[in-house]
Structures are given as C-alpha cells and as structure tokens.
Design a protein around this ligand. Structure first.
Ligand SMILES: [Zn+2]
Length: 252
C-alpha cells in the first residue's frame, strides 16, 4: 500500500480532506476508516499534538487547528434530485470536524472544458440554497476553467462546470470557485483573538516548508469550532498535515 500520509490531500485526521477526496475511508489495509480515525486521534492526544478543539498557545501565540479542504460540492435539493433521481436524500458517510457538516456517501463527476473531468468528487451536507463546487487552483487548471477566489457563498463570476450523477447531469454556468482561506471560530475565540467576523488576519504554518498566510478571512458562528481552512494547494505548499496547528499572528 502506498503511504500517502505525508500529503495533506490524503490526510485522514480531520474528516475535511480524505473523505471529500472520494478515496474512501481509511487507507490502512483491513481496518475500517472510522477505527483508523479514532486510533489516530487517540495517538495524537497521547503525544500531546493537540489541542484540536481549543485554542492552545505557542510562545504566547494562540494556536489554531488546521483543516485541509479537498475539492467538494454543496448542492441544492433540486440539483441532488437531478443527479441522483427522484426521492434522493444525502446519506451520511462521515461527520466532519464542524458539528453541522458531514461528508455524504454520494459523489459526482465534474466536467470542465475540453472534456476534462474529475471523478468521485464528494458532496458535503447539509443541502444548501445554491450549488457550489470548491476546487483548488490546480484542479481548476486541470479542468480548463478559471475558477475565481471567492468567499464561500459568493458565486459572482464563478466558473461553469457540468455535474454528472448516476441519474442525470446538469450544466451550472456559475458554480466553481477556489474558496478564500478562512478561519471558522465561535464568538468566544474571536474575542480571545481580538478579531471580528470579516476581519483579515495572518497565520503561520510550521510544516516542512514554513509559510505565513496573509488575508485569512475570519468567519464567526457559535455553532463552529475553531479551525483554519486551507485548500490542498495551500496546505501542500507548506508541507503541513491536516490536524496540525497554525499560529495566529494578528490582523493582516
Ligand atoms: Zn471552511
């Protein structure tokens, strides 16, 4: 078995990447993915690699757990039915780190220009009021489209893709974006860090290629847990793994 553990694209630790990549649960032969996750989490905790749920500190700099987002899709109920047939509902495959979010069992194929396509793109639930495909820049280039960097939910100028499911396909003229890097946080963490929703801040990743990211959008909601979201291009550029910690450096 190939060990892909060193790549953020294939990390399994937070549920924000491997399950969305459509590579299935767990890459450890013979073990169910959920069991692997529990073991990894327990080992990380024992080794003191946490905290994953709270805001720890390093030399006085608050720490933020990293979640790496692989390509994924948010769908409306209408599009789900078009792709998967009448009566289709999202089936839960795996809970994600953010309490309200889950990876669905269903995946779709996305098709860009020149018949370039990517299979097994994971749908994330719950359903939304709009269809949105979140890609890395590398994915966008591969598909032959020009997905713009946008905050999630802003599809202004978003690129076109065709989505193909087992029951049908749909052309979406404005659906594909590269999500802006952002931090999810509940109000108490925003207060601790001295930021508000909409602020831009800087964080440092200490992977094998240490990197400082600027203009990281602060998003605040009390139902969220503190977590930095980077896409696979960003995380792999730093050599950081999902579940590692970023240092909060202040507003940009
Ligand atoms: Zn996010």
């Amino acid at each position: 078995m190939v060990n892909l553990k060193g790549l953020a694209s294939y990390c399994q630790e937070c549920g924000a990447c491997a399950s969305q990549a459509g590579i299935g649960p767990g890459t450890v032969a013979g073990l169910d993915g959920h069991v692997v996750d529990q073991i990894v989490e327990e080992v990380m905790r024992t080794l003191g690699k946490g905290p994953r749920d709270s805001c720890g500190e390093n030399n006085g700099k608050p720490l933020i757990p990293l979640g790496v987002s692989n390509r994924h899709i948010h769908l409306t109920a209408e599009t789900l039915v078009t792709l998967f047939g009448k009566g289709a509902v999202l089936e839960k495959y795996r809970q994600l780190y953010q309490p309200d979010d889950f990876a669905a069992k269903q995946t779709v194929t996305i098709v860009g220009s020149k018949m370039r396509s990517i299979q097994n793109v994971r749908i994330l639930g719950p359903l939304r009021k709009y269809d949105q495909v979140e890609l890395s820049t590398t994915d966008s280039v591969f598909l032959g489209i020009a997905a713009p960097v946008r905050d999630s939910g802003n599809l202004d100028g978003a690129a076109p893709l065709t989505l193909v499911g087992p029951a049908g396909s749909v052309y979406l003229p404005h659906c594909a974006i590269v999500a802006s890097r952002h931090i999810h946080m509940p109000g108490k963490d925003a207060e601790n860090l001295g930021v508000r929703a909409g602020d831009l801040c800087s964080v440092r990743l200490r992977g094998s290629k240490p990197t400082i990211f600027e203009n990281v959008l602060v998003r605040v909601n009390d139902s969220w847990k503190l977590q930095l979201h980077l896409d696979t291009d960003e995380a792999n550029a730093t050599g950081s793994l999902c579940g590692s910690n970023a240092e909060f450096l202040g507003k940009s």
